[in-house]
Ligand binder design. Sequence first.
Ligand SMILES: Nc1ncnc2c1ncn2[C@@H]1O[C@H](COP(=O)(O)OP(=O)(O)OP(=O)(O)O)[C@@H](O)[C@H]1O
Ligand SMILES: [Mg+2]
Length: 353
Amino acid sequence: MWTPGIQWMHVIADLLIAVAFFTIPFVLLYVARRRRDLTFNRLLAAFGVFIVACGLTHVMAVWNVWHTDYWLEGAIKVLAAVALVPTAILLWRALPQILSVPSQRQLRDANESLARANRELEAFTASVSHDLRSPLTTIAGQAGLLELSLPNANEEQRRRLTRIQGSVKQMSELIDALLVLSRISRHTLHREIIDVSALAESIFQDLRQKDPSRNVEVEIQPGMAVHGDRRLINDLFVNLLANAWKFTSRTEHPRIEVGQSQHGSMATLFVKDNGAGFDMAHEQKLFKPFQRLHGAADFEGTGVGLATVARIIDRHGGRIWAEGKPSEGAVFYFTMPTSPITEQFLLMQRAMA
Ligand SMILES: Nc1ncnc2c1ncn2[C@@H]1O[C@H](COP(=O)(O)OP(=O)(O)OP(=O)(O)O)[C@@H](O)[C@H]1O
Ligand SMILES: [Mg+2]
């Protein structure tokens, strides 16, 4: 019997079901926007249409309690049925892909074993670097003794000795660089709020002191701060500012700017110069150890500075990228947390991802 009580029970239930259905496409839209890496977009779209059509059938059920638009109700049911077909096909097709998505537990395990392998690799790098030092010291010492024992060495012999000593020095620098890199990965972070503007200013003072002949226009945005490990953040800025300083050494009116382009819990900072610049085609090489885009004859270096910078940023949960143009200059952007909460959140998110 269709009593008012039963009627209202149907109306309320249908309305609640419709509202619940209508909220689902928003969730799907949010997932599609947040997880652009997922390749289920067509399935999400089809599922969204189907869900909206289902919601509409319930709205029509309420409507038809007082009206009799059975044609419209039927048409909406047909729409839901039609939308169901591609949804079901896409769902079946995506099933192997969905099943292959690893669970959070699997991801955490993989992450842990990767971190363990990385730690072992770092320890291996450190011990190999230490072990290489001893024969290298012997070579350097013997080359020095040889030089002393050959007071009347001819031009050719001197040239060869100088080359040996030059190579020993270069190898020693490479070993130092490897040790610096492995130390960063093993360094325990002590996080605090760091006044980046003051830090940049003091690094520029050191650079000016070491190279008083240079006249570089420096602009530092006041009030910049990040949350990180003081020692590592210092190393990060020493490397970036030393690069800007070095690669503007052949520029007529050198100018370096340190600023912040995005504020909030995650800041985007940048170091910009109008120096030698680089070809964007090699941007990814910049952050790999021992990769250099400029010859040692033009600008000296071992090519480990930016790899160090990238590792420091990675340890703080940020990311780095660069823009450049040959002979026009370069900008290095990086993101850094400005609060303890953001940093914790980023690192947790990374561990889960
Ligand atoms: N500000 C910059 N302008 C133009 N090129 C840059 C700049 N900073 C880095 N590069 C390019 O990236 C390469 C890698 O930089 P990185 O700091 O790692 O090494 P490096 O400065 O050459 O040596 P190191 O830092 O070990 O003394 C550089 O050799 C250079 O080709
Ligand atoms: Mg450098």
